[in-house]
Ligand binder design. Structure first.
Ligand SMILES: NC(=O)c1ccc[n+]([C@@H]2O[C@H](COP(=O)([O-])OP(=O)(O)OC[C@H]3O[C@@H](n4cnc5c(N)ncnc54)[C@H](OP(=O)(O)O)[C@@H]3O)[C@@H](O)[C@H]2O)c1
Length: 313
C-alpha cells in the first residue's frame, strides 16, 4: 500500500490504520467478547502484514488492548522497521483525574505494557472529559505532554476526540502534529469537514477513526442498529438502508463504500478501522480496493450530504 505523510512528523503511514479498541475486549461497546489469544493473534497478523500503523489507548479494555499488543510485540521481537504505534493518555479507569500528574503516569503505564522505551505518537484522549482551561493550565494535561516530548519519552503529540469545535480549539495551541476525529467523517455524518480543512491548512495530520460508525456500516443496520456506540435515529437507519440498497444494485458491499468514502480523501492521512480477528487485515484491504462505479458514488454522496451538519453526536 502506498504510504501517506503523517503531517509534518516525517513518519509515513499506510492509509489504513488498525484500531484496537475491540481487541481490548469491550463488550459494552461492541456487543461481543474478544479473548487474549485471538487478540494476540490479530496483532501478530498485523505486524506481519501490509499495514504499518496501529492505534491504541491507555484505557481500551482498561489497559487490556495495550497489554495484548505488548504481548504480541514481545513474541514478534518488537515492532517491524517503519511500524508506527500510537497510543493515548487517559484518566485511571473509574477516575476523573486528568491532571498533568495523571498524564505522566498514563504514559509510563503505556510504556510498560507495550514494552517500549519511547512512544512515537501520543494523543490527548477525549479531552471533552475536562474543561479546556483545566487541560491547558500550567499543571495540566497539555503541558505534561509537551514536557514528556521535551524529555524524549514521546516523539509526536496528537489530540483525539469527538466535539469538532473543541478539536479546532486544541489545534490552535500549535503543539499537536495529529488529530483524530471519530464517527464524524463517514457516509452518515460528515461534520468533521471544518476540522479536516483546518488540519490541512496547518500541516496537521488528520486521522479518521470509525469509518463504519462502530460497526453499522460494515455489518448493516439490521445487525448493528447503533451509530457511534449509541442507538441510531430512525432517520439514520433509513438513510443507511437506502445506501445499502444502492450498493446492492451495483454489487458493492456497503463496507467498501463506507471505507473508501474516507480513503479517497487525500486530506485524510489514515483511516482507523477497528478489528479483532486476524482475517480482518485481508478483508479490509480487499474492501479498500473494491471497484465502485461513479454512478454509485453520485447516489451515495447525495445520501451522505444530509450528514454534513452532523447527526447530533
Ligand atoms: N476518541 C478516539 O480517539 C476514538 C474514538 C473511536 C475510535 N477510535 C479508534 O478508531 C478505531 C475504529 O473505531 P471503532 O473500532 O469503534 O469503529 P469502526 O472501525 O467503525 O468499526 C469497528 C467494528 O467493525 C467491525 N469490522 C471491521 N471490519 C470488519 C469486516 N471486514 N467485517 C465485519 N466486521 C468488521 C469490527 O469487528 P471485529 O472486532 O469483529 O473485527 C468492529 O466491531 C478504534 O478501534 C480506535 O482505535 C478512537
Amino acid at each position: 500500500m502506498d504510504k501517506r505523510e503523517l503531517g509534518t512528523t516525517g513518519l509515513q503511514v499506510t492509509p489504513l490504520c488498525v484500531g484496537t479498541s475491540p481487541l481490548g475486549n469491550f463488550p459494552s461497546q461492541y456487543g461481543y467478547e474478544v479473548g487474549e489469544d485471538q487478540a494476540v493473534e490479530t496483532v501478530l497478523s498485523v505486524l506481519g502484514g501490509p499495514l504499518n500503523f496501529m492505534d491504541t489507548s491507555n484505557n481500551y479494555g482498561d489497559g487490556e488492548s495495550e497489554r495484548r499488543i505488548g504481548k504480541a510485540l514481545a513474541e514478534a521481537g518488537g515492532p517491524p522497521p517503519g511500524f508506527v504505534l500510537a497510543t493515548k493518555v487517559d484518566p485511571l479507569p473509574g477516575s476523573e483525574d486528568f491532571s498533568g500528574e495523571r498524564v505522566r503516569a498514563s504514559v509510563h503505564e503505556s510504556l510498560e505494557r507495550l514494552g517500549l522505551d519511547r512512544l512515537q505518537l501520543v494523543h490527548l484522549h477525549d479531552p471533552e472529559r475536562i474543561s479546556f482551561e483545566e487541560a491547558t493550565a500550567p499543571d495540566g494535561a497539555v503541558q505534561a505532554l509537551v514536557d514528556l516530548q521535551q524529555e524524549g519519552l514521546i516523539e509526536h503529540l496528537g489530540v483525539a476526540g469527538g466535539p469538532i469545535d473543541l478539536m479546532l480549539r486544541y489545534l490552535q495551541l500549535d503543539v499537536f502534529a495529529a488529530v483524530i476525529s471519530h464517527n464524524r467523517y463517514t457516509l452518515v455524518d460528515s461534520s468533521a469537514e471544518p476540522l479536516i480543512a483546518d488540519a490541512a491548512s496547518r500541516g496537521v495530520a488528520f486521522l479518521n477513526a470509525a469509518p463504519y460508525g462502530g460497526g453499522m456500516l460494515v455489518r448493516g443496520p439490521q445487525a448493528v442498529p447503533n451509530y457511534c456506540y449509541q442507538p441510531a435515529s430512525a432517520q439514520v437507519i433509513s438513510r443507511v438502508e437506502a445506501m445499502q440498497q444502492a450498493c446492492q444494485r451495483h454489487g458493492v458491499p456497503l463496507a467498501a463504500a463506507a471505507l473508501q468514502f474516507s480513503l479517497r480523501d487525500e486530506r485524510v492521512a489514515s483511516t482507523i478501522v477497528g478489528m479483532s480477528t486476524p482475517q480482518r487485515v485481508a478483508q479490509t484491504t480487499a474492501l479498500a480496493e473494491h471497484p465502485i462505479p461513479e454512478e454509485l458514488w453520485s447516489q451515495l454522496l447525495e445520501l451522505a450530504a444530509e450528514g454534513r451538519s452532523g447527526v447530533g453526536l
